[in-house]
Design a protein around this ligand. Structure first.
Ligand code: AMP
Length: 249
């Protein structure tokens, strides 16, 4: 039964609203960590390994940003400065993605949310609208120095509406991306001023969520300053331990 019982009372809202039976979705993960901690990379590995729906708020917003309308313009302005997009927009995107759990042909075992909720206000809003839906909170920990070092080297390769995260050191991958006629960009909000502002917002707002998830006994801390495969290994081990501990409670 995993962590189901603990949150059962609060599930009513999301389960009723979308007719989603959480018993069929035993992994409902939120992944947290500062910009550059490797959340996106790990979320991709996790979603494949456990067959999860990946809800990547930043990427969903950038899809809207690339459209040619007033909303796109408004979102682009906010994102380029490193500020937060209004809650009603992000909540709507999250709810829409969540519906894919049932509508997709893929047999998902749950979902992993990257980038939402990002502060207490969004968490409260989510709880009020959909109930207490997460049963694992993965926190990828890295220092600010490492975050800044990584983000300043980060580039995005856009291929068929998909984002592939690269570093300027990945010379071969950059060549591949160019060969496939995909677009390589240096995100405006990955430039120095915006990074500093985003990290500030992270420490001021997102980090507060760690306490909530710790109190619910769903927090798992991961050392993000290791090679990608090692981080992923630690994640798999700790998820297994957490689920076993909960089952034996
Ligand atoms: P990310 O790709 O997660 O770094 O997100 C890029 C940008 O998208 C952020 O700096 C925000 O401007 C916006 N964004 C992503 N998630 C949220 C959220 N939950 N609430 C508000 N804005 C968000």
């Amino acid at each position: 039964m995993f962590l189901l019982e603990q949150n059962e009372k609060n599930h009513d809202t999301a389960e009723k609203k979308y007719n989603i039976d959480y018993e069929n979705y035993p992994l409902r993960i939120i992944i947290l960590g500062p910009q550059g901690s490797g959340k996106g990379t790990q979320a991709e590995l996790i979603k494949e390994h456990y067959t999860l729906l990946h809800i990547d708020m930043g990427s969903e917003l950038r899809k809207i940003e690339n459209q040619n309308n007033e909303l796109a313009k408004k979102i682009k302005e906010i994102i380029d400065k490193g500020d937060l997009v209004p809650d009603e927009i992000t909540l709507k995107i999250f709810e829409k993605k969540l519906q894919e759990l049932k509508s997709s042909e893929k047999k998902y075992k749950g979902f992993i949310s990257d980038g939402f909720p990002r502060n207490e206000k969004q968490l409260n809003l989510l709880n009020k609208t959909l109930g207490d839906i997460f049963n694992i909170a993965l926190y990828i920990k890295i220092s600010d120095e490492e975050a800044i070092k990584r983000i300043s080297k980060r580039r995005i390769c856009y291929c068929n509406d998909k984002e592939i995260i690269l570093s300027i050191d990945d010379v071969e991958k950059i060549k591949d991306c160019e060969k496939n006629n995909c677009k390589i960009i240096h995100r405006e909000d990955d430039k120095e001023e915006a990074i500093k502002h985003r990290l500030e917002l992270y420490h001021k707002e997102t980090e507060l969520l760690l306490r909530d998830f710790y109190d619910k006994n769903i927090l798992i801390e991961i050392n993000g300053e290791q090679p990608i495969e090692k981080v992923f290994e630690e994640i798999r081990e700790k998820i297994k331990e957490k689920l076993e501990a909960k089952r034996n409670e």
